[in-house]
Design a protein around this ligand. Structure first.
Ligand SMILES: *[C@@H]1O[C@H](CO)[C@@H](O)[C@H](O)[C@H]1NC(C)=O
Ligand SMILES: *[C@@H]1O[C@H](CO)[C@@H](O)[C@H](O)[C@H]1NC(C)=O
Ligand SMILES: *[C@@H]1O[C@H](CO)[C@@H](O)[C@H](O)[C@H]1NC(C)=O
Ligand SMILES: *[C@@H]1O[C@H](CO)[C@@H](O)[C@H](O)[C@H]1NC(C)=O
Length: 388
């Protein structure tokens, strides 16, 4: 009986969000999942301190709009994952790699800036890609799951720092990765067709990781697709000349086409996962459309100079590969910080040529939180429920 009622409520919920009319009825029908923890996997879009812990802190002025200083994020403030934590009334996620001050009671973040799905055959120093690729993040998660329980059982301070065993199956598992696999191909001078040809392998490796997380108890998956990377200064600066075509808003077309090709494959993969694992929920979130819309209609949404980096120096986009945000450069024999050049980061979209500002992240989050860009169209806090 109870199950029957839930089905009906879910059906009502589904109809309501599909028509995007009455969110109130939806919330009334479905109960929030009450996720006790978040486990996140990804790249810089959701890194809350992983790369900083292992390879040196993201320098000032990162973090200054919100944290009052560097906070392990490549942003002036909060990331989409931070707004997800806030919405679920959980603390900001500690990076798994951060040995200092971390508290994993409510989850852990395995993302690092520069992470790819496929392990790269180059070092961080050579090409800037993190050695903590998605498969490594999954090894870390596996180890975290096993060892956290052994250590937690010792009691004392450990009990207050690590999640309960049952929280692993109740947690929300978030993924935001893929952008760096695309740029790695283009930066290695592969053609768009060659990069495209690598997608089946990349998606297959993504799937393997999601499956392994499922076998570790993961049941609620919230998977972001990849953004319009061809609109970001670090890509335009390096590839505009070689890649040629520019779309009507100034982004590099072939790069964005490959990003969309990846997303199409990712969406199909999510459909397969749903079939293979009926006990789990998989929500595909179209972050690409949200970000592209924001950049393409910046003014309408209250933002200015959509393709200009806020923190940076030089060139058409206020971005220079060799003088990144927070680095030092020499001007007339004096060292100066490459800092904030925009007047107001709260109306700027791009922070450092690679990443979005806190204001843009908040805008993106507000678009996706209620499920308007999700398949199925389920709100974040209800992503444990099946709608079909
Ligand atoms: C790295 O090299 C291995 C072995 O040659 C190859 O299978 C793999 O695809 C390469 N990875 C990338 C990202 O190119
Ligand atoms: C970790 O966070 C939880 C929840 O806020 C808290 O109960 C616990 O005391 C914290 N642990 C430590 C060691 O501060
Ligand atoms: C790609 O091509 C550019 C321009 O010809 C060259 O400078 C660069 O070294 C090449 N990169 C790689 C990884 O081959
Ligand atoms: C560097 O010095 C030259 C000569 O004194 C001056 O014209 C120029 O404006 C200075 N540049 C900056 C960025 O201060």
């Amino acid at each position: 009986m109870e199950l029957h009622c839930r089905r009906i409520f879910q059906l009502i919920a589904f109809l309501t969000i599909s028509s995007k009319t009455n969110i109130v009825v939806l919330v009334y029908g479905l109960s929030p999942c009450g996720f006790p923890a978040i486990f996140n996997f990804g790249d810089s879009n959701s890194d809350t301190g992983g790369l900083s812990a292992a390879f040196g802190q993201a320098p000032p002025p990162h973090g200054e709009s919100f944290f009052g200083g560097p906070a392990g994020r490549y942003c002036d403030g909060r990331l989409v994952i931070d707004f997800i934590s806030e919405k679920l009334k959980l603390p900001y996620l500690s990076a798994f790699l951060d040995a200092l001050g971390s508290n994993f009671t409510y989850g852990a973040n395995f993302a690092t800036a520069g992470s790819t799905i496929r392990p790269q055959n180059t070092t961080l120093r050579q090409t800037g890609y993190s050695p903590i690729s998605l498969n490594v993040q999954q090894y870390e998660f596996y180890d975290f799951h096993k060892r956290s329980q052994i250590i937690r059982s010792k009691g004392g301070v450990f009990k207050g720092l690590l999640p309960k065993e049952e929280d692993f199956s109740k947690a929300l598992y978030t993924f935001d990765i893929g952008q760096n696999d695309i740029t790695a191909g283009f930066f290695a001078n592969l053609t768009a067709d060659q990069v495209r040809a690598s997608m089946p392998d990349i998606l297959d490796q993504f799937k393997t990781v999601v499956k392994n997380v499922y076998y570790q108890g993961g049941r609620s998956f919230w998977i972001h697709n990849t953004g319009p990377v061809g609109c970001l200064p670090y890509v335009m600066d390096r590839l505009l000349v070689t890649a040629g075509q520019v779309d009507k808003i100034g982004c590099v077309t072939p790069i964005n086409e490959v990003a969309q090709y990846f997303n199409k494959g990712l969406k199909q993969l999510v459909v397969q996962l749903r079939k293979e694992f009926p006990l789990a929920t998989f929500t595909y979130v179209d972050v690409y459309s949200v970000k592209y819309n924001l950049i393409g209609q910046a003014q309408k949404h209250g933002f200015v100079h959509p393709l200009q980096s806020c923190c940076g120096h030089g060139g058409k986009y206020n971005y220079n590969l060799h003088n990144g945000c927070g680095s030092k450069r020499t001007v007339n024999g004096t060292e100066v910080l490459v800092g904030k050049a925009c007047k107001d980061p709260s109306v700027t979209i791009i922070w450092d040529g690679i990443h979005y500002t806190q204001a843009a992240n908040k805008w993106v989050f507000d678009q996706i939180v209620d499920g308007a860009f999700s398949d199925p169209p389920i709100p974040l806090n209800m992503a444990c429920h099946k709608l079909n």
